[in-house]
Design a protein around this ligand. Structure first.
Ligand SMILES: [Zn+2]
Ligand SMILES: [Zn+2]
Ligand SMILES: [Zn+2]
Length: 171
């Protein structure tokens, strides 16, 4: 059905584990598959629970190590949102973006602003820096949490999933 899906990613991963002297295993393939089809910012714990649903024999350590391999292979990227956890997001074939993080429910919104990007380059230049990379994170309350805060009669809907929302700010 979707056999062609993630073909390039799978090829990159296979090449990487072979270079690392590791074997291709059904468990690693499953972890890769689930990671790729989940458009989200995931901790290794989050991914572990998703994998558990498909194959309860997969251990947490295997998930963690596979995420490390995915990162080394350039398929995943580590991001931190200030809660002492390491999140992973898709990196390969994904455009640079920055994050807005809700301190109440943990929702993460991705954005890209050409204007901000240019401004950052300018600032770096002014200080004589040659930039290698940057990560802009902004914390606050999302609109939903503001609404709940403003109206005490509204019952919170429980733990919010960390939704990956695409939005483009500026031009
Ligand atoms: Zn940026
Ligand atoms: Zn929120
Ligand atoms: Zn992101």
């Amino acid at each position: 059905m979707k056999a062609k899906k993630f073909e390039k990613e799978k090829e990159i991963f296979l090449e990487h584990i072979q270079k690392a002297g590791l074997r291709r295993t059904a468990q690693r393939d499953l972890i890769l598959e689930i990671f790729l089809k989940t458009e989200d910012h995931l901790t290794s714990e989050d991914l572990y629970w998703l994998v558990q649903k498909e194959d309860p024999s997969v251990g947490h350590t295997t998930v963690y190590r596979t995420l490390k391999l995915l990162t080394e292979a350039g398929l995943a990227r580590e991001v931190r949102f200030g809660d002492n956890k390491t999140y992973y997001e898709h990196h390969y074939d994904h455009q640079h973006h920055d994050h807005l993080i809700c301190t109440q429910c943990g929702k993460v919104v991705e954005f890209f602003s050409e204007e901000i990007e240019n401004l950052q380059d300018e600032i770096a230049e002014n200080f004589g820096f040659r930039l290698s990379h940057h990560s802009l994170r902004m914390w606050g309350l999302c609109s939903e949490c503001q609404r709940l805060q403003a109206d005490p009669n509204l019952v919170p809907s429980g733990a919010q999933p960390k939704v990956r929302v695409k939005s483009v700010v500026g031009t």
